[in-house]
Design a protein around this ligand. Sequence first.
Ligand SMILES: NC(=O)c1ccc[n+]([C@@H]2O[C@H](COP(=O)([O-])OP(=O)(O)OC[C@H]3O[C@@H](n4cnc5c(N)ncnc54)[C@H](O)[C@@H]3O)[C@@H](O)[C@H]2O)c1
Ligand SMILES: O=C(O)C[C@H](O)C(=O)O
Length: 336
Amino acid sequence: MVKAVVLGAAGGIGQPLSLLLKTNPLISELSLFDIVPVVFGVAVDLSHIATPAKVEGFTKDNDGLGKALKGADIIVIPAGVPRKPGMTRDDLFKINAGIVRDLAVAIATTAPKAFVLVISNPVNSTVPIVAEIFKQHEVFDPKKLFGVTTLDVVRASTFVAEKIGDLSVSTAVRVPVIGGHSGVTIIPLLSQSSHSLPANITQDDIAALTNRIQFGGDEVVKAKDGTGSATLSMAYAGAEFAEKIIRAIKGEVGLVTPSFVHLTSDKSGAEVVKEELGTNELEFFSCKVQLGATGVEKILPIGEVSSFEEGLIKAAIPELKGNIEKGTAFVNAPKL
Ligand SMILES: NC(=O)c1ccc[n+]([C@@H]2O[C@H](COP(=O)([O-])OP(=O)(O)OC[C@H]3O[C@@H](n4cnc5c(N)ncnc54)[C@H](O)[C@@H]3O)[C@@H](O)[C@H]2O)c1
Ligand SMILES: O=C(O)C[C@H](O)C(=O)O
């Protein structure tokens, strides 16, 4: 029995993500929470699909959030505002930081043992916010908190397959994307791609491909022209990541995926990554993570990278550090 919860379930990501989770036969209960009442309609609509999950919708009324979260195994958070053209993900902090903080408080008090998957931007800051709230409530388990960076991985697979000239290989293409989830903090390791790029590819092509993966979100924001950012591809990526977590909970071994996780100081493998990065100053980093039934089983080394990628890593560290500290300070700043 697996209970999954979507917070922000009536939104652009929330609705298709809830649809994909409803079609996942591993989920037995699906609770949908949003602040807008259309979430009830979304839940009724999905409840007619002939798959095992029992679906229910909740708003804030009558402690809906508490009821939605009760007994949750996995909680996915796409609640919050999306970008418009000209905005950075950090520009969303002002609104989304408070939304994510309040949801984290509810999780800490109602479902502290659940796996928490954060989609709301800016991920580099919202994940630290959740961690700090959990620390304050003494329920922080770094193995169970994930920033969802899967869309970067999905984009990398697609764009590499396009370069190869065969989209049919895209689901098999594996490109680790590490770092964070915004602009230069998104670090695709094309040198570690499971599928070789065409032999005639130049360093300029690699730089252009890297840039497209780093700024793929902007491509969608521009195309949607003021009406939002990636929703459908994000729902696909979120459902894929959630499925991996659920399969791991159910005992499947050997699942590896990049995710923005806490670099704990235990023997999880984080020490090796810190050494590779040449800094102890990052509390979070998107790493290749080996999943187990209790969450992050092992953080895998970054491994061998090209000198171009080494430059990307160096360039990402200061921005990532600032984003993480901003999230942490938001929770811990003294109240005046
Ligand atoms: N991690 C990623 O790769 C990634 C990809 C795409 C979008 N995003 C982010 O996901 C977020 C959502 O994007 P969207 O396009 O679905 O936006 P949206 O505006 O379409 O939907 C957001 C939903 O959140 C709900 N909401 C707002 N406050 C809430 C609260 N306190 N509790 C519960 N629900 C609440 C809204 O009512 C709305 O239904 C944005 O911050 C966006 O930047 C992240
Ligand atoms: O670009 C955005 O703001 C949404 C998301 O983070 C994305 O990568 O598509």
